[in-house]
Design a protein around this ligand. Structure first.
Ligand SMILES: *Cc1c(COP(=O)(O)O)cnc(C)c1O
Length: 432
């Protein structure tokens, strides 16, 4: 009973923040925090406070029982963090949003909520390096089975599902392979077998991709990337679209009776997230909500820069191949266009002749920076095989599609011509 009441307060939040027909940017800027600020502050201030005081012991009891929604302790909830969560609710129309200390915290908290020893998940080997490491080296020893499949092969996925399967996990555009699967197809299989479809949408966050429309039940995002904007802070998000019927799941049947569509969110927020303690700091929540305000402007610019650079690289003799789903000759062009429109993220990869050439190229760039982030405002370059994937054997790298000759460019919002000139000048050095 008590938890039902706490769920209904989430319902209230959703009704009040409900999506309206305003545009994305207007909603980002004008989704209001549910409590008025005593000073009329236009920005949610940074509530750098661990604990929150109550006027009466009775209110304190009700809050601890979950019958009243107030902030108690910042590991559990905090006004500045909740403000960011409410803006994300406002732009996605999701059921619940949980902000965490990093993208990896989002993925690990979600999987620890959904799975148990002896259960399994289905995913691809084409994963962000640390996600693969989390699955293979951290979660597997606890008895979670990781079933790898070619997610573009729907039949193969279907065959791997059994009554211990807890989720299908994918990345919308894999990094660094830039592979795109048709999520509607996987979603139909997942629905038929009563398991949720999880997508890591870091490279295509809300604005670029409407996850609900494409059958994704739960989204995880590294808000470190596009959302933070200027690469100011680490953060992560779990977005439950509320589309999965937990009464049909093998694991959440009992919770579904008590909490209905909130079954997963209750277990996450009231247990796993609270107990693991990977909360987002209020200061980072502040920086990320500020970053979010300019997301559409930055995404438009970086995506158009990426397409221009991809086309330019295709015309250079030193470049063996260019991979970007926005190129019409990419094998993922059509499916990518269907899901992400004309802006399939701001990451491209290209191959030179050798690892040595890749290093010479990197070392001579003047504007493009050597660093391992994505969706910074600045353009960044990395040689994935010798860095993010350095701990894996040549065979594993091959299975992951990580070649020694490949460079990854995470394109920023600089003036296009300066980036192209930097590339041209550096290619001339390779020639000599
Ligand atoms: C960066 C990244 C992560 C991890 O996020 P952190 O915020 O660095 O923990 C997960 N998935 C993808 C696709 C990423 O690019």
């Amino acid at each position: 009973m008590m938890k039902l009441i706490s769920c209904s307060s989430w319902v209230e939040v959703n009704i009040q923040i409900q999506m309206n027909d305003q545009g994305f940017t207007t909603r980002v800027l004008h989704t209001r925090y549910l409590k008025n600020d005593p000073h009329g502050s236009l920005h949610m201030p940074v509530y750098d406070s661990v604990a929150f005081e109550f006027d009466r012991a009775e209110d304190m009891e009700l809050t601890f029982l979950g019958r009243k929604q107030d902030h108690v302790y910042s590991r559990i909830s905090n006004p500045t963090v909740e403000n960011l969560e409410q803006i994300i609710l406002g732009i996605t129309g999701a059921l619940t949003v949980t902000a965490l200390s990093s993208g990896m915290a989002a993925i690990s908290n979600l999987l620890l909520t959904l799975t148990e020893t002896g259960s399994n998940i289905i995913t691809s080997k084409h994963l962000f390096g640390n996600t693969y490491s989390l699955f293979e080296y951290t979660l597997k020893p606890f008895g979670l089975e990781i079933r790898y499949a070619d997610l573009t092969d729907a039949n193969a996925v279907d065959k791997l599902i059994d009554n211990k399967t807890r989720a299908i996990f994918l990345e919308t555009i894999t990094n660094p392979q830039l592979e795109v699967v048709e999520m509607k197809v996987l979603s139909e299989i997942a629905k038929k077998k009563n398991i949720p479809l999880i997508a890591d949408t870091t490279i295509t966050p809300p604005y670029l991709f409407d996850s609900k429309k494409h059958g994704v039940d739960i989204e995880v995002i590294s808000s470190t990337k596009y959302i933070s904007g200027g690469a100011t802070s680490i953060g992560g998000l779990i977005i439950d679209n509320g589309t999965f019927d937990w009464s049909q799941s093998n694991k959440f049947k009992d919770e579904a009776i008590k909490y209905g569509p909130f079954a997963l969110s209750v277990k996450l927020k009231r247990e796993v997230f609270r107990n693991l303690g990977a909360c987002l700091s209020p200061h980072n929540a502040y920086l990320q909500s500020l970053g979010l305000e300019t997301l559409p402007l930055r995404v438009d610019k970086s995506c158009s820069n990426t397409l221009a650079i991809a086309r330019h690289l295709q015309g250079l003799s030193q470049v063996q191949s260019v991979n970007y789903p926005g190129l019409t000759d990419s094998k993922f062009y059509e499916i990518s266009k269907k899901q992400f429109g004309e802006k399939p993220g701001a990451i491209l990869t290209f191959d030179l002749d050798s690892k040595k050439q890749c290093f010479i190229f990197m070392n001579n760039l003047k504007i493009i920076r050597r660093a391992t982030n994505l969706n910074d405002n600045k353009t960044l370059i990395i040689h994935p095989a010798s860095t993010i994937f350095c701990e894996y054997s040549p065979e594993t790298k091959q299975q992951m599609g990580v070649r020694e000759t490949m460079l990854r460019l995470a394109v920023g919002i600089e003036d296009k011509i300066d980036l192209i000139n930097d590339i041209n000048n550096t290619m001339e050095i390779i020639n000599n």
